[in-house]
Design a binder for this molecule. Sequence first.
Ligand SMILES: [Zn+2]
Length: 220
Amino acid sequence: MVVLVLAAHPDDEILGAGGTLARHALAGDEVHAVVVSEGAGSRYGDDMVAKLQAQARCASIEIGFAALRLEGLPDQRLETLPLIELTQRFEAVVEELRPDTVYTHFPEDVNSDHGVVARAAWTACRPYRAPFVRNFLVFETPSSTEWAWPLTGSAFAPNHYVDITETLDAKVRAMACYESELREYPHPRSERALRERAAFWGSRIGRVAAEPFCVLREIR
Ligand SMILES: [Zn+2]
């Protein structure tokens, strides 16, 4: 089975679905990751772009991605691109890989890039264009989903959980690759907070650790 994760910034693919993607890889699925933005321009100098790319490759090996594509679009400025531009990039990837399952961002996150990626992904996977996509799920991104604008009326309410008890360590190791993105506890992007969050979601469903998702479309 081919699995595709479409993420806005380097580390989102791990924060949102790292444990789940590691499970897919262990099960023999072909997992492809696309990271849209270079993730550095809004905060650091150009030298950081190469550093983040190296961190992303390190994380990719920990999870077992079959391939990682770094699109290198400008950080925190995806809103300035016509949506069609990103949609067409995703359409090309979806057409080439023909994924069964697609993971991307919850669109109401505080980070506007996440919303742009989610909407372009949803459009690129529309049923008559990509009928092979049977599962379309959105993930939470710690330090972004929980800080979403609170008045939209659509909070992240998961209806799908993946037991990541066996792969939480791989997720934590992958996030350790992103040393520039990790913070001290109690920041959501600290190792301890990531483990606690996995335990929180796990406890909801009687598992030691879990990642939560909203299913936007499922075809059986
Ligand atoms: Zn992000």
